[in-house]
Design a protein around this ligand. Sequence first.
Ligand SMILES: [Zn+2]
Length: 412
Amino acid sequence: MQYDDPSSWRYDHEVDGIVKAGKIDGIYISMHGTMGVEGMRDTEGDLLEAIRSRIGNDIPIGISHDLHANLTKKRMRHATFLVGYKTNPHRDHFETGYHSGKILVNTVLGKVNPVMEWNKMRLLKGGGMNVDFLSPMRKIFGWMEDMEDDDQEVLCLSNFMVHIFIDDPELGWSTVAVTDGNREKARKLADELADKNWAVRDVKHPEGSTAEEAVAIAKDKSFLRNFGTVVFCDASDAVGAGSPGGNTWILKALLEKGPELVSYVPLRDGVAARKAYKKDIGEDITLTVGGRLDPVYNRPLKYSGTVIKKLDIKRLGKVAIVKHKGIHLVLTELADSYPKPSDFTELGLGLWKADVTVVKNLFPFRYNYIVYNRKTVNVITPGTSNVDVFELKLDSIPRPIYPLDKIDSWRL
Ligand SMILES: [Zn+2]
């Protein structure tokens, strides 16, 4: 990928608005922290830099980030302090905003003097070991909260477990400590947090199955399928993690190994969805599906079936369900992760009738589908959000980095 020189981009409109607001005591910006824009590398860093250049260095800027943020030197140079989510799956959006606001207001009032230290770690670790309430991260997040609660000087600790599939020269986990004026303590805590992450780097991910293995598992669960559905977690095409939603590997395996299973297979492909939408209900169609938005990991696939349903809804745009034997291919213009059963029932697809339901969601479906779900299969295929870092095509990331390289320290 080619990146233009970010300095050639301007945020005059946004920054003018801030300047025109009159006297500013402090600024808080809620940012994801891994925003991607074609042609720009550190979009959020550029924005911060633009604001800083107009308001000067004396006005505090507090920012908050998603726990999967990829920290950059530029952002850390311009932010006065940073607060990250402490939950994964994320449940503390409100608390993070409140925490940020509290530090900012106290800073403006002169009650605290935030100083921030941070580390970029030579560590990539994604997938199922990063849940905040499960081992091994539970202890680490518990320690962070204890430090914040017990030590008045500790304003905030954050642990950024960045997604592994962002091909960026600054990719890596980060730790951040913000204290009230005590730089030495901030440095010590940021290091200690990094050491704790490093100590659990070898913890294995939950096992996944190939698409073919997943189909075999579903076939094997014929008794359980009488009372619900097998749910395939399409982990390598997780839409919430930034994948396009156009994985063809599961569809291919179902066509080849299990077309008789009643399966609900969402696939985002605007071209194919619109083509099928133009057909009448009951008409047959042959399409090439997938491999459009992501031609790196996914291959286009030939698919023939009958158009059985058409919808045009805000969430998905034009939708056409094209049926081949038991396969219900849900072609959509827009991507969705299908975190809740109503995402299918809204399309007229009742979950009691399905043998296999494919979701593009990593966590919330695990409790949302409990009534219908008789077996979860984590499916690992080639894909943008593949949890196996060895299978990703990462050309720009810093090396050496664990686990791609054998190194004995997280330090740069
Ligand atoms: Zn996140």
